[in-house]
Ligand binder design. Structure first.
Ligand code: PMP
Length: 305
């Protein structure tokens, strides 16, 4: 990882190596933090950096904070301003990832959420592809189950809950797959380790609803809009059975880091024709044009730094 030069830490932008917490920090010991993940896209044509849907990302971060009883005095606008200050200080001229994180900052022992001080940190770093094999990914159904809303709310980005994603990802990677598909307690496909999932069956685009223990993905929301408005295809939000993955026409995953990944094999079975399908390919093109500020219709999804 190429380190950033700055971080927002304890209410100031400081040199990155001064943004340090104690080993006794509550969040470090108990996973009591919530985070976001945004992407900044460098436009070669315009020589400018654009952040994708920052308001929506920070709105979700604030919802995640509420899930952990955090009392934060930041709103979306303030968080956007901190992000802009940070990115301008760095002066990145390439694609970046931005990581805001609220954490329980007190030192000491005691598992709880209440009566603890909450702090914000934010940093950014250069970032390219997350999944190398993004046009023909081979996935496996994980033996790990997705955390349930009644275990740790999956709709928020809770740091401790990412052990669930990490278990699924490592087992899949060590078994030679690109990514894992994780089933929920009912045996329905909920998501990948860090991406939402979509399948196409008979011209209908299907994705699990937000009540299926998924993270409420910003890319998912954007893709749903593109499918409806640009491709004119019907969209259905309903649970997906594992056996449907093997017989659907197309399957793809969406996320800030992953963007739109075509999945062409599941557990050694080809999906559809075993190559990226036309709907996935079209969505990838549309998305790339939008994030590089080449599509004026969706310019409002971008914030220029
Ligand atoms: N699910 C999980 C578990 C994730 O970590 C992510 C990445 N944030 C996503 C889905 C995709 O969400 P988004 O499109 O907002 O990045």
């Amino acid at each position: 990882m190429r380190l950033p030069r700055f971080a927002y830490f304890e209410r100031n932008i400081v040199p990155f190596d001064q943004a340090r917490v104690s080993v006794a920090t509550h969040a470090f010991n108990y996973g009591t933090a919530v985070f976001g993940g945004l992407r900044g896209y460098w436009s070669e044509e315009q020589q400018r950096l654009f952040v994708f849907r920052p308001w929506e990302h920070f709105q979700r971060l604030l919802y995640s904070a509420r899930l952990l009883c955090m009392e934060v005095e930041y709103d979306e606008q303030r968080l956007i301003q901190i992000m802009l200050d940070l990115l301008r200080a760095e002066g990145w001229q390439e694609d970046v990832y931005i990581r805001p994180l609220f954490y329980k900052a007190d030192l000491g022992i005691g598992v709880r959420l209440h009566n603890l001080k909450d702090e914000l940190t934010m940093w950014s770093m250069p970032f390219q592809k997350y999944l190398q094999n993004d046009t023909q990914a081979h996935v496996t159904i994980s033996s790990w189950r997705r955390i349930d809303d009644n275990v740790i709310p999956a709709r928020g980005k809770v740091s401790g809950a990412y052990v669930n994603s990490a278990l699924a990802k490592t087992d899949a990677a060590r078994a030679g797959f690109d990514e894992a598909l994780v089933l929920d307690q009912n045996g329905h496909v909920s998501e990948g380790s860090a991406m939402n999932v979509f399948m196409v069956r008979d011209g209908v685009v299907i994705t699990p609803p937000v009540t299926e223990n998924i993270l409420e993905g910003i890319t998912r929301r954007s893709v749903l809009e593109l499918v409806r408005n640009e491709l004119g295809l019907p969209v259905v939000e309903r649970p997906i059975d594992r056996s449907e993955v093997a017989i659907c026409d197309e399957f793809f995953m969406t996320g800030t880091a992953a963007q739109i990944v075509a999945v062409t094999q599941v557990d050694h079975r080809p999906i559809g024709k075993g190559v990226m399908g036309p709907i996935t390919a079209r969505l990838r093109e549309l998305f790339e044009d939008i994030v590089r500020a080449r599509n004026p219709k969706y310019r409002s999804w971008l914030l220029e730094v």
